[in-house]
Design a protein around this ligand. Structure first.
Ligand code: NG6
Ligand code: CA
Length: 518
């Protein structure tokens, strides 16, 4: 056993003996933490959550060796607000300007506030983000040809290798530690989301040049035969190849792990899979039988396998907490004609849940969520209510740090639930789509909201209803029976709790997990 592993295990063992129960970690115990954050992977998209038409052996193995959560949530039904809340511990709906961002948006995380990576850094960890960022960069009016800041470094990441926004948004380049990778100064990058830049063709004017058709939006600059949201020119040598994206970022994540194997590290590995455009490496093409979306799930699973195999190879698996989850629920047609609908073949991306990405129904935010730490996390399944927003308070607890209510914001320490010491998590959680919802125990209330019930582009039920909705998730997980008329008092109580949550600063007493902590 390596020295670090020995120290870590002995600290856990002593505490366990003292407590006469499950291991309790001391402040000195600092396992590595790897969060694998998939993009748009739905509750039913992986084998360990019931998928039968597609095989995800690596994700399933993590679940078999760890704890699988059935009531775990992304903070929101889209990417930017979920990532904002994950990194800050604050509900994104508290902060205007945190909805899906264009690729030239300014940084929306306030560097002067406590963040998840800054907290881990304060605990002595070396911190890295590899993959999708989508939280803005710079102060606005960013020059992509110089040093790109503020960004990951300013919010607490020692190391970064990022896709600035999304695969379908310009600029289509990687940014490593504040610099565009492979940028030729003689071919500077310009980016605009409002006015055309450069002379390269767009998908709107030259659909005959596209290798993947469009169903909505995405009709600006063509990069690698795929047109994107936004205009870009220059940086030709720096542009990514969509096929190689998973290989590139997975390799980069593993390099970070290898380089920091002998000290505690925190890695936030945010995959591009299975977001659009779905262009997996040719070795996955046609393998799932479900078209590019299914092939992207295989690629996602491959990435998870590469990370976990690297931890095994380096002897780190026993001293590393690995968390696998997704930033929002599933979507089929998200703007590119990639046959996601036509080739579904009976696969159910949302499993038993209603809705999907963008939706206030459960499939919007309830996502796969697996925690593995061999020997420390009790294996099995948990229905504890937890949110990715809780990583801040929970990992602070793991690493022996105390956060002020101001620093913790809406984040709850659910560490005892994450390791399986209890099956009780939060007593309530606000979910964010267009409408806000609140879960309290078995009940879910969706606030009244006008607007389309079904999104015309994605064909997803958004959960809008001007009369408000109440569901009993214990007896009706699929949200089929709105019982607001039968239980007006329960609806009123939940609505009041939602109003209280919304009314400004988080109230720590409202957000305390109610299990006893012995
Ligand atoms: C939508 C895009 C969609 C996706 C989404 C953000 C269109 C028609 N749709 O506006 O393709 O990019 O934004 O996804 O442009 S997320 O996972 O990053 O939130
Ligand atoms: Ca997403």
């Amino acid at each position: 056993m390596k020295r670090r592993e020995f120290l870590l295990k002995s600290a856990a063992a002593c505490a366990a003996a003292a407590a006469g129960g499950l291991p309790e970690l001391t402040a000195a115990a600092k396992p590595n933490v790897v969060i694998i954050y998939a993009d748009d992977a739905g509750y039913g998209d992986v084998g360990c959550y019931g998928a039968t038409k597609i095989a995800t052996p690596n994700i399933d193995r993590l679940a078999a060796q760890g704890r699988r959560f059935t009531n775990a949530h992304a903070p929101a039904a889209t990417c930017t607000p979920s990532r904002y809340a994950l990194l800050t511990g604050e509900y994104a709906w508290r902060k205007p300007g945190t909805n899906v961002l264009p690729g030239d948006a300014r940084l929306i995380v306030d560097p002067s506030r406590t963040t998840l990576p800054a907290m881990m850094k304060a605990a002595g960890y070396v911190t890295s983000v590899v993959g999708k960022w989508h939280l803005g960069l710079g102060h606005g009016d960013l020059d992509w040809n110089g040093h790109i800041a503020p960004g990951p470094a300013e919010v607490g990441f020692d190391d970064s290798f990022i896709i600035p926004a999304t695969g379908d948004r310009v600029p289509c380049v990687y940014v490593e530690n504040g610099r565009v990778v492979n940028l030729d100064p003689a071919d500077p990058i310009s980016v605009s989301y409002t006015t055309p830049v450069g002379t390269e063709p767009t998908g709107r004017d030259h659909p005959e040049l596209l290798r993947m058709g469009l169903t909505a939006g995405h009709d600006k600059t063509i990069v690698n035969g795929i047109s994107r949201i936004g205009y870009m020119s220059g940086g030709v040598k720096a542009r990514w190849s969509d096929e190689d994206m998973a290989d590139t970022i997975t390799r980069r994540a593993i390099t970070f792990i290898e380089q920091h194997r002998s000290r505690p590290f925190f890695l936030y590995f945010a995959t591009h899979d299975i977001h659009v455009p779905r262009v997996p490496h040719p070795r996955f093409t046609g393998r799932s039988g479900l078209g590019p979306r299914g092939d992207a799930i295989l690629e996602l699973d491959w990435s998870v396998g590469e990370i976990t195999r690297s931890l095994d190879r380096l002897g780190l698996a026993g001293i590393t907490v690995v968390i696998f989850t997704s930033d929002n629920g599933p979507v089929l047609d998200d703007g590119y004609a990639d046959e996601a609908v036509e080739r579904l073949n009976g696969h159910t991306p949302a499993g038993p849940l209603r809705g999907g990405k963008y939706s206030a129904f459960e499939a919007g935010t309830r996502v796969p969520f697996v925690v593995r730490w061999p020997g420390e996390v009790r294996r099995g399944t948990s229905d504890a209510l937890v949110s990715q927003m809780d990583f801040l308070a929970s990992l602070a607890s793991l690493t022996g740090q105390t956060l002020t209510p101001e620093a913790r914001r809406d984040s709850v320490d659910v560490w005892p639930a994450l390791i399986g010491r209890t099956n009780t998590g939060r007593d309530h959680l606000v979910e964010q789509a267009g409408a806000l919802s609140i879960i309290v125990g078995a009940w879910k209330y969706i606030e009244p909201r006008a607007g389309a019930r079904i999104d015309a582009g994605t064909n997803i039920e958004l959960g809008n209803d001007p009369g408000g909705q109440l569901y009993n998730l214990a007896s009706d997980l699929g949200e089929k029976r709105n019982v607001i008329a039968q239980f007006p008092d329960i609806a009123k109580r939940l609505a009041a709790k939602l109003t209280a949550s919304r009314a400004g600063a988080p109230d720590p007493s409202l957000f305390r997990a109610k299990e006893d902590r012995h």
